[in-house]
Design a protein around this ligand. Structure first.
Ligand SMILES: Nc1ncnc2c1ncn2[C@@H]1O[C@H](COP(=O)(O)OP(=O)(O)O)[C@@H](O)[C@H]1O
Ligand SMILES: [Mg+2]
Length: 149
């Protein structure tokens, strides 16, 4: 967990539950945290949460948000916020990371940068101002712990 000043917890019991809670998660994450690490095992619901946040911020339709596992970065322009969705699962070195242009994303004052597997890289952890840890409690039950620096 990042050194969080504030922590909030939500439990959800389904995909739809996570989609619904995403608007409240987005409210907690905005406007202060700009770079948010999404933690959790494969299938925890990290990409699902991004889907919900993108819909809540008017940035994308549910079906348009897909996992950037291979493309590494997806961008969704919302009404006020631009979402950058990153998945660093397949990335191995800080050098590869440097090619993604994270600095430019952070320089965008309207950016909300959501990073799956960001905790793999100390440099990303250092930049993080928020974190959502998703714990798999059962087949469809998830615990979301939101920390904001
Ligand atoms: N409560 C829940 N919240 C989010 N996803 C859920 C939930 N219950 C079941 N699921 C399912 O778990 C999977 C989560 O996948 P995904 O969001 O891609 O995870 P990740 O990005 O963490 O690997 C989806 O198939 C989704 O339908
Ligand atoms: Mg994912």
């Amino acid at each position: 967990m990042i050194d969080a000043k504030h922590e909030r917890r939500f439990k959800t019991r389904s995909f739809a539950g996570t989609m619904n809670i995403a608007e409240r998660v987005a409210e907690i994450l905005l406007p202060t945290p700009r770079l948010v690490i999404l933690r959790g095992d494969l299938g925890a619901g990290k990409t699902t949460l991004v889907k919900g946040i993108a819909v809540a911020l008017g940035a994308a339709a549910e079906e348009d948000v897909t996992s950037p596992t291979f493309t590494l970065v997806h961008e969704y322009q919302g009404t006020k916020v631009k979402i950058y969705h990153l998945d660093l699962y397949r990335l191995e070195t800080e050098r590869e990371l440097a090619t993604l242009g994270l600095e430019e994303m952070i320089a965008d004052p309207t950016a909300l940068i959501l990073v799956e597997w960001g905790e793999k890289f100390p440099s990303v952890l250092a930049l993080a101002t928020g974190e959502v840890a998703i714990e798999n409690l059962g087949e469809t039950e998830r615990l979301l712990v939101i920390g904001v620096r």
